[in-house]
Design a protein around this ligand. Structure first.
Ligand code: ATP
Ligand code: MG
Length: 632
């Protein structure tokens, strides 16, 4: 049994769907996120307590003033009370300033740190993790979930503490002022608690559905906007508007239900609050008439009762927000706690460094790299029923130019993914200079490979930034120009209005397909790779440009002793290779020198060339090339 078989299982069973555990996180774990900020947070909470204290004293002071002004010769007392109150307001104002400034800063710091950690964790995950997830959903975790969590750990926490203190303290004052009246004032609380509980669970389940509906509408919008060219070309605007409208309408229907429920709850709460205030004034009024209570005490009482009412409703509200944050926290922890697959993910990720050196990094400097695929069996983890390779074996000699061809979907691009260890084969081995690539440091391994993928994606930024991206570290302008020249890009770049500083637009879409390919080739070359893989890298170029680039790349290959793999359909691209392999049904169907294979009319290569020259499968005679086997 291979020493890596246990790892292979990890990648093979890697679930991409969120589990039940992802739905909820404990309060403890949620609040552990605020731990690094505990000192500042304590200071902010202290300021909060001071400001709450000042508001708590206020109704009592008002009551006292009301009673004082009814006494004769009370001007001095009134002055004293007014100055004391003014002092109290100043203290309160300072406390509020400190609390708001601190809380907001702490909230932003928590959000910043969380976003950094979540993004870092995302960057470490293996490709299979992303296969089953929507990018919109992951971006949502980065932006919305982190902000919900940071708000809960700061503002909502502060509000919760304030509400608890105003509620319990307020009830204390109520009892101190008049125990009997307190019963009348608080008679609404049990009712509100029951109704609040029912309302809370109803709205929570609706909110979750609403969140999902909104996320799905956003996903449609962002995908269609980024693919606006395709929508336009197929005149799909009205279909897309219809699709988006449907999703947003679904979300609206849910939001309407939430709004109605909220309306009833707020209206009911408002009525209960007013009714209990009326009860206070009614019974309290009688007590004042009987001399059991002063007018000032009744005024204080009424104000505390209002405070308690607000406190209770704010607590109920805060509880709802806490539940939301528990959901958001769970989604964040699902990423933070996720250990990337040991063989295909990144284990250590140092900020700013292009790769980590954690395990085996052999020296290839004096070696001429060779490559061996040995009995490789592979299926994509997200599609286990479809075997792409069923015992694929081939070899690339040091410094050799190998061409790989085969019909669409036969697994050519998958070879690049396996070699870069984006995925690992379920069986078999891949060796680089005799080392099983699974034993090598993953980032080091990828540093050895310069690849031009089939679907070239450039990043929004300048051409020079996009080429330098390949180097993964500081690189001189001379090296960039040299790489661009070999890739046949220097000439057209210089003709652009801003030359190397020209912005390429989102995903490089402001350049032509062929220009993008040439920049991608320069990006691969500037890396000074030991192995260069070109996956249909010149498919968008005319034959003449292709020939001159091939020649330049070939010179580089000989000079640097680079192993080069060219994946192509075109006769012109295949012709220059030392060796051609034809993939079919998950194995190498044919292998040899180009001239020898093409000379045999019955060879796979000859048939493929007939197909690619437009004669169709029929022309390829009796022994047809087939799509690789499905669902075995
Ligand atoms: N991420 C993926 N998840 C699941 N299946 C995939 C994935 N990528 C490719 N496949 C499947 O694996 C098979 C091989 O794909 P691959 O991209 O290697 O083909 P290819 O030979 O490069 O084709 P083409 O000539 O069209 O580029 C195809 O059947 C494809 O549908
Ligand atoms: Mg491909």
């Amino acid at each position: 049994m291979s020493p890596f078989s246990s790892f292979r299982q990890v990648s093979g069973t890697n679930s991409a769907k969120p589990t039940a555990k992802e739905e909820f996180v404990s309060w403890r774990k949620l609040f552990s996120l605020a731990k690094p900020e505990s000192n500042l947070l304590s200071l902010a909470l202290l300021a909060q307590m001071v400001s709450v204290g000042t508001t708590m004293i206020f109704p009592m002071a008002v009551g006292k003033i009301v009673d004082i002004i009814q006494l004769p010769n009370s001007v001095d007392q009134l002055k004293w009370m007014a100055s004391a109150l003014a002092g109290l307001f100043v203290v309160g104002a300072v406390a509020v300033t400190v609390r708001v400034a601190l809380m907001t800063t702490i909230g932003e710091r928590i959000a910043r740190d969380l976003r950094k950690q979540v993004f870092q964790s995302l960057m470490k995950q293996e490709l299979a993790f992303f296969d089953g997830r929507q990018s919109g959903e992951l971006v949502n975790r980065l932006s919305n979930d982190t902000s919900v969590v940071s708000k809960t750990l700061t503002e909502n926490l502060a509000r919760g503490i304030r509400s608890s203190v105003t509620t319990t303290g307020g009830i204390g004052f109520l009892i101190y002022l008049s125990p009997t009246l307190t019963v009348a004032a608080l008679s609404f609380i049990p009712f509100l608690t029951i109704v609040g509980g029912i309302y809370g669970s109803y709205v929570r389940s609706l909110s979750r559905k609403l969140q999902d509906a909104l996320a799905s509408a956003t996903q449609v919008a962002s995908e269609r906007i980024s693919a606006i060219r395709t929508v336009r070309l197929f005149a799909g605007e009205s279909i897309e508007v219809g699709r988006y409208t449907q999703r947003i309408e679904d979300a609206f229907q849910l939001a309407k239900k939430v709004a109605i429920a909220e309306g009833f709850y707020m209206g009911g709460g408002f009525f209960m609050g007013q009714a209990s205030l009326l009860a206070v004034l009614w019974f309290g009024g009688h007590q004042v008439l009987q001399g059991a209570l002063t007018v000032g005490q009744l005024a204080s009482f009424a104000m505390y009762a209002v405070n308690v009412g607000f406190g209770v409703s704010s607590l109920a509200n805060g509880y709802g927000q806490l539940t939301r944050a528990q959901g958001a926290g769970a989604r964040i922890f699902a990423i933070l706690d996720r250990k990337p697959c040991p063989l295909t993910g990144i284990e250590g990720l140092e900020l700013g460094s292009s790769y980590s050196v954690s395990s085996h990094t052999p020296t290839l400097e004096n070696d001429r790299p060779s490559l061996i695929f040995d009995q490789v069996h592979f299926y994509y983890p997200s599609r286990p029923q479809h075997s792409v390779f069923k015992g694929l074996s081939f070899q690339v000699e040091p410094g050799e130019l190998l061409a790989i061809t085969g019909i669409s979907g036969c697994g050519k691009s998958t070879i690049l993914s396996l070699l870069s260890r984006l995925y690992i084969p379920q069986q078999g081995h891949i060796y680089l200079n005799g080392y099983d690539i699974n034993s090598l440091d993953i980032s080091w391994l990828r540093r050895q490979i310069g690849a031009v993928p089939q679907d070239v994606v450039l990043f929004d930024g300048s051409i020079v930034e996009n080429i330098a991206y390949g180097a993964g570290e500081e690189v001189s302008m001379d090296e960039i120009v040299r790489a661009a020249t070999i890739a046949g890009a220097d000439y057209f770049i210089r003709q652009l209005p801003y030359g190397y500083e020209t912005q390429v637009g989102e995903r490089g879409l402001s350049l032509s397909g062929g220009q993008r390919q040439r920049i991608a080739l320069a990006r691969a070359i500037v890396r000074k790779p030991k192995i260069l893989i070109l996956d249909e890298a010149t498919s968008a170029l005319d034959v003449e440009s292709e020939a001159s680039i091939s020649e330049a790349v070939d010179l580089l290959r000989r000079k640097e002793n680079m192993c080069t793999i060219v994946i192509a359909h075109r006769l012109s691209t295949l012709r220059d290779s030392n060796h051609v392999i034809v993939l079919n049904k998950g194995v190498v169907a044919e292998s040899g020198k180009f001239e020898e294979l093409i000379a045999k009319p019955k060879s796979f290569l000859s048939k493929l060339m007939l197909i690619s020259e437009g004669h169709g499968l029929e022309a390829a005679d009796d022994e047809k090339l087939e799509e690789p086997s499905r669902a075995k």
